[in-house]
Design a protein around this ligand. Structure first.
Ligand code: SAM
Length: 259
């Protein structure tokens, strides 16, 4: 997969040289290229922004500078990602979708954001443009959001994680549950012991315990995710566990008992 990032702060993206993403780059699984947007500015001050049309606070990033940069970086079939707090929320489903794409180009906004015509123009030209927010808060720029999205996507690219199994049971995987709690040695720490079942060596019991814990944790922390479960994917034991947790499984959905 190829990933290009356009930013006025290329050093922010140095973190993509570390850890699993860095290793994936060395292994040739990911081709990450970070560009300084100012290289496409036309004046000697390398200006990329101007005052907002209609007045108001702050500055807006110029469409002509972005247009020049994107026409050099976008390839046929590439996806243009524009991080913005006003976009749809980036989720694990988004990461799974983008992990199947050949080329992602991230346009990191600063100030009040990028002139709206940049997304409009590229959409009109048939480019797949994805505006995406990483949550309901406002950052100073798109670089941190890009780091979040690139890491979430890159770990789903085949070969990037050593153990592909580890993404299957994770929180927000296709199972639609939060992950069960995890433990490691020492068996006893600060008066707290690892649950006996995990030391039993009985794979079936461990798997059931983990599933029950995932259901209980999700019911407590994210009832919205329990309500979104697909009843056809819940077995008899899941239904019993959910019943104990105060949820009824109906043919058409999962709802709090009594509803
Ligand atoms: N004026 C914009 C608004 O109210 O929607 C906020 C601009 S913000 C200060 C500057 C840049 O940070 C945005 O263009 C975007 O690239 C990035 N950004 C800020 N918050 C973000 C979020 N929650 N998700 C993704 N990108 C974000």
């Amino acid at each position: 997969m190829r990933v290009d990032v356009l930013t006025i702060f290329p050093a922010y993206l140095d973190a993509l040289e570390l850890s699993l993403v860095g290793k994936a780059r060395t292994a040739g699984l990911l081709d990450v290229r970070v560009h300084d947007l100012r290289d496409w500015a036309h004046d000697r001050h390398r200006t990329v922004d101007d005052t907002p049309a209609g007045g108001g606070a702050g500055m807006v990033m110029r469409p002509d500078v972005w247009g020049a940069a994107l026409s050099d970086v976008l390839t046929e079939g590439a996806t243009l990602v524009v991080p913005t707090p006003s976009g749809p929320t980036f989720t694990q489903r988004t990461a799974e979708d983008w992990a199947t794409r050949e080329h992602l180009v991230f346009a990191c906004g600063r100030y009040e954001g990028i002139d709206a015509r940049v997304a409009e123009h590229h959409r009109a030209r048939g480019v797949r443009v994805e505006e995406a927010s990483i949550g309901d808060y406002v950052l100073n720029g798109g670089e941190v959001a890009t780091l979040v999205m690139v890491e979430a996507v890159a770990r789903l690219v085949p070969g990037v994680l050593g153990n592909a199994e580890s993404v299957v049971e994770e929180s927000h995987s296709a199972e639609g549950l939060l992950e069960y709690p995890v433990y490691t040695r020492p068996v006893e720490w600060e008066g707290l012991a690892i649950p006996d079942v995990l030391m039993s060596g009985h794979h079936g019991k461990v798997a059931r315990w983990r599933r029950d814990q995932a259901l209980a944790r999700t019911a407590e922390r994210r009832p919205d995710m329990i309500a979104a479960l697909d009843p056809t994917r819940l077995d008899k034991r899941d239904r019993a566990t959910l019943g104990d947790l105060g949820w009824w499984v109906h043919p058409d959905g999962v709802r709090p008992a009594g509803e």
